[in-house]
Design a binder for this molecule. Structure first.
Ligand SMILES: C[S@@+](CC[C@H](N)C(=O)[O-])C[C@H]1O[C@@H](n2cnc3c(N)ncnc32)[C@H](O)[C@@H]1O
Length: 228
């Protein structure tokens, strides 16, 4: 049975997510995501939102709404809600956020995008990775719940489709890149056996199902002051 703790805070589902270090294939997939995300980071001060138990190696600081997660990571981290960030305007060159938009009700999601934009410098990057409700993902997750491999219900507000994530980011940023990620082998990520890691090369070669969407946004530069 998956070990999770979870509660609702102001409508947000906050939790201690799965520790990927106990799931060798999932850990390899996270490393791959870290590499992909790194290709979109401009360098300079970087914030990771809602990091759970895994902060991107290039993030300088993280923020999380579940207190035990803040204590658990080595990267400097602060307790905070992504709907109202505890940072000054224009503090960062990049903001990363993975698998967290679906943890708040749909009406609160635009606030998280506005906050990310506020704390970014002009020209700064937002790199989001969200779960995508393709048919394969829906069927496998339903089976996992049914057979007791998943016991948390963090999908209650519903995952965002690729179009939903794109539209949300586009409402506040210029979208500069989108990518769909996922292989039929992603379900093997739940295994704790070290043998599962050997599936990673095959996972890389079979990217043919929708499981995650990566969206990169750019904060437009402020209009130059006009004189006269
Ligand atoms: C599915 S987990 C993903 C964790 C991590 N980003 C990852 O990809 O492994 C979602 C995380 O979002 C956090 N979270 C949910 N709502 C939040 C909010 N409003 N502000 C900050 N963190 C939040 C939860 O506590 C949880 O750690």
């Amino acid at each position: 049975m998956a070990e999770t703790s979870c509660e609702i805070q102001d409508g947000a589902i906050v939790e201690r997510p799965r520790d990927v270090r106990q799931h060798p294939l999932l850990a390899a997939i996270y490393e791959r995501h870290d590499e992909l995300i790194a290709t979109h980071l401009p360098g300079g001060e970087t914030l990771e939102l809602a990091f759970g138990q895994h902060v991107h190696p290039q993030a300088d600081v993280g923020t999380e709404a579940w207190r035990p997660n803040v204590r658990r990571v080595r990267t400097p981290a602060v307790l905070g809600d992504a709907r109202s960030l505890p940072f000054a305007d224009g503090s960062f060159e990049a903001v990363i956020g993975r698998r967290f938009l679906h943890h708040v009700p749909a009406e609160d999601r635009p606030a998280m995008l506005r906050e990310a934009r506020r704390v970014l410098k002009p020209g700064g990057r937002l790199v989001l990775l969200e779960g995508t409700p393709g048919l394969y993902r829906r069927v496998t997750k339903r089976l996992a719940f049914r057979f007791g491999f998943l016991d948390e219900d963090t999908d209650r507000y519903g995952h965002l489709s690729e179009a939903d994530v794109d539209e949300l980011v586009r409402s506040t940023f210029e979208v500069v890149d989108t990518e769909t990620l996922g292989s039929p082998l992603v379900v093997a990520g739940i295994a704790e056996s070290p043998v599962a890691a050997a599936l990673f090369p095959l996972y890389r070669r079979t990217q043919c199902v929708k499981w995650w969407t990566l969206v990169v946004g750019r904060k437009p530069a402020e209009p130059a002051d006009t004189q006269g």
